[in-house]
Ligand binder design. Structure first.
Ligand code: ADP
Ligand code: MG
Length: 729
């Protein structure tokens, strides 16, 4: 019996690193080669059109239709110089990944021939067939059509022969059917709210921008091995597989030497990413074998999100070229670390940073404290919602497991910042002010030592940690669109800042001095959001108990976490901040529950197929072989001696019989549980049923399969094992 597994393992072993010719230029020279960025806009557009477009990008001015044609013509001219023949509106539907529909530049010329054409109208708006994208019933209730609309703040780029135009995707009645539309609104909301608060401290501030630096973790597996694992191919993770004797226990992979084949892949990926304007900076091995990370320099949030989406699809393409498959699933392998995507989030003004402690004056320090505390207020008030924003069928495997973020949102601030907040909260008010001569009162907030900026005492167990000049939201999943988390974070902070300003203004209107009013309100808020602060071990059981006492959201069931999107305070927040309406939230939740169900459904089916077609036949085959051996031994040695000599084999025969039986009944129960769940009409109830009744049955089947893997002869086992999948030569 030939075993495909041995063939693919041998094939993987033979592979050598792909020769990737090094780019002749330095990165600074080929950076953004395929992006229609400002220097190119300047070159391909008239000065007048350029200035108007920059005004649209920088100041959110309305796009004047009259310039759209000129912009499109310039883009087309540039694109054609790179051999581009097609264009596409590139958008981020509520499924994973991105969507695109390519159209050629050609049009009838009216004389029986064709001309290349690309008008402003085509640049600005398109009507992709929206019916096949998830929409949570919006199209049933509202309008049947959707359209994509150009987002001029994210530059167009070229992939192969196609000009890609970043767009939002909305229904004809204006409901968002994507991630980008609400993200842009949330960025607007937090920008406005933060600018208004900044003006207390500096009248000159015109604008606040949100920055995002993501850190993408991923696994690589050899493509030949991957092709022999139907579960990886169809679900993105291994549904079965016994631990490798060696995995990450030696901690020898983290920051270790990168295998040559992987190194070649990384170089290739980085070059191509840089050409697309993604400012790649860091690459290294991660904790688990076969796991790696890529992080760019942070950028404006909307652009950074687009770049992450682009990078994820680029990774898949480049990996394929190098004979790898990239696994973006949050937990491809049980028993070893999963993958996340830390989101480093900060606010900057057009005059300086906001979350940086090294202020020169006490006023700077107060401003810093205000932004820290109001961020915490947002996180505190909506901690359950923030968790919902990073929850998914796939990320659920990672949360709450003892590796990355716990299933409870809390924030780590570090000793110094904690002391500072305690001081401001508890000090007598006159301690915070000094009397300075005739000028009256002067604020006296202690200097925040520079040291804090290089705060190395990072608490890796905290899902939302302050790291010197930014917050790091660590619970985001590796496969997720960052926008999901950032829509909630931005909006929650926008709400907190707006609320803060209203209260300060009310005190000022009542005759209180501005600084004193700010101090009063901020002291109140430090007290109110105290419960979200936690510097201890986020993985410990004590913390779970403590968090429950504090009233933080401790729900761990993914479909139930989604309920937070429909809480009255959530709807109020999104509507007040003008980010999403109740109907949009309701529709999006339908999509979330439906997606959850489908994922588990596919996994359950694949598990059933593999059990019946791989596991049970292989185990039975081995069992027959053993039975034959027992029979032969009896013939040779006679009954008495034969019995003694075959005791081990008989034990295994029995074990295989028992375990395959348990697998078979397990799969039957799994199918029954699915049937019951499938009859449920309500999407939420159905998802809950899948979570509560289907998943536990899958876990039980897996347990038996993994035990069988240990006793069945290696040469018969058809699925590549963990020890083969995880170690790249
Ligand atoms: P670590 O793994 O220690 O968290 P990395 O260097 O891998 O650090 O990633 C840090 C990420 O944070 C990078 O993407 C970096 O650009 C980003 N970052 C640094 N400063 C800021 C900031 N002020 N705002 C947002 N992101 C930032
Ligand atoms: Mg990090």
């Amino acid at each position: 019996m030939s075993n495909l597994r041995f063939e693919v393992v041998a094939e993987a072993f033979r592979k050598r690193p792909l020769e990737v010719p090094a780019p002749k230029e330095r990165p600074s020279e080929y950076f953004a080669k395929y992006v229609f960025n400002r220097p190119k806009m300047y070159r391909y557009l008239s000065v007048e059109v350029y200035n108007k477009l920059i005004d649209v990008i920088d100041n959110g001015c309305r796009l004047d239709r009259s310039i759209a044609d000129a912009v499109a013509a310039g883009m087309k001219r540039w694109a054609e110089e790179h051999g581009v023949t097609h264009y596409t509106h590139w958008f981020q539907p509520l499924t994973e990944g991105t969507a695109e529909k390519h159209d050629a530049f050609v049009e009838h010329d009216g004389k029986g021939g064709m001309i290349e054409e690309f008008s402003g109208k085509l640049l600005v708006q398109q009507e992709p067939d929206a019916s096949s994208f998830p929409n949570g019933g919006i199209r049933n209730t509202f309008e049947a059509r959707g359209y994509s609309a150009w987002d001029p703040t994210s530059p167009v780029f070229i992939i192969d022969d196609t000009l890609c135009i970043p767009t939002i995707f909305i229904s004809y009645t204006g409901e968002a059917l994507d991630y980008k539309a609400p993200l842009l609104k949330s960025l607007h909301a937090v920008g406005e709210a933060a600018t208004a608060v900044c003006r207390y401290f500096d009248r000159k501030v015109k604008k606040v921008q949100t920055n995002l630096g993501w850190e993408q973790e991923y696994f690589l597996v050899d493509e030949s091995l991957y092709s022999a694992r139907p579960d990886l191919m169809l679900t993105g993770r291994t549904l079965m597989g016994h631990d490798s004797a060696k995995n990450q226990q030696m901690d020898d992979h983290y920051f270790g030497t990168i295998p040559e084949r992987v190194q070649a892949f990384m170089k290739d990926l980085e070059t191509q990413a840089l050409e697309l304007g993604i400012p790649c900076k860091t690459r290294h091995n991660e904790v688990a074998p076969g796991q790696f990370e890529l992080a760019p320099i942070y950028e404006e949030c909307n652009l950074a999100v687009d770049h992450n989406m682009l990078l994820m699809s680029l990774m898949k393409k480049v990996a394929h070229k190098h004979g790898f498959r990239v696994l973006l699933h949050e937990k491809p392998f049980d028993g070893i670390n999963g993958s996340g995507k830390h989101n480093n989030w900060s606010l900057v003004t057009d005059t300086g940073v906001l979350l940086h402690a090294a202020g020169k004056t006490p006023e700077d320090n107060l401003r810093f404290v205000v932004f820290i505390v109001e961020t915490l207020m947002g996180v505190y008030r909506h901690n359950g919602l923030l968790k919902a924003s990073i929850m998914s069928a796939t990320n659920a495997h990672r949360l709450g497991a003892n590796e990355a973020p716990p299933a409870i949102i809390s924030s780590f601030l570090g000793r110094q910042l904690t002391d500072l907040l305690d001081h401001i909260e508890k000090a007598d008010k006159d301690e915070l002010f000094n009397v300075v001569g005739k000028k009256g009162m002067k604020l006296d907030i202690p200097e925040i030592p520079e040291l804090m900026i290089d705060n190395t005492d990072r608490n890796r167990t905290s899902p939302f940690a302050f790291t010197g000049n930014r917050f790091e939201f660590r619970a985001v999943g590796s496969e997720a669109n960052c926008a999901s988390a950032l829509i909630v974070l931005n909006t929650a902070v926008a709400e907190a800042l707006t609320d803060f300003k209203q209260r300060v203004d009310a005190l000022i209107a009542g005759g209180e001095d501005q600084t004193s009013a700010i101090i009063d309100v901020i002291r109140e808020d430090i007290r109110r959001c105290r419960l979200i602060r936690f510097d201890g071990n986020g993985y410990s059981d004590e913390w779970k108990a403590e968090a429950a006492r504090r009233g933080l959201d401790c729900e761990a069931s993914c479909p139930l976490c989604f309920d937070r999107y429909l809480d009255p305070e959530t709807i109020r927040m999104f509507e007040k901040m003008n980010v999403m309406s109740r109907s949009e939230l309701e529709a999006r939740n339908e999509v979330k529950w439906e997606t959850y169900t489908k994922k588990i459904q596919i996994e359950a089916r694949v598990m059933g197929d593999l059990s019946m077609n791989h596991i049970i036949p292989v185990a039975t085959h081995y069992q027959s072989r053993l039975a034959k051996n027992v029979e032969g031994m009896f013939n040779v040695f006679g009954r008495e001696e034969g019995k003694a000599l075959t005791a081990r084999n008989v034990k295994i025969i029995r074990e295989i019989a028992e375990r395959t039986q348990l697998i078979e009944t397990g799969i039957e129960e799994l199918v029954d549980a699915r049937k019951v769940a499938n009859r449920i009409q309500n999407e939420r109830e159905k998802a809950v049923a899948y979570h509560d009744t289907v998943i536990p049955k899958m876990d039980r089947v897996r347990y038996q399969i993994d035990k069988l893997e240990l006793i069945v002869a290696d040469e018969l086992w058809t699925l590549p094992k963990y020890r083969e999948l995880l170690f790249i030569r």
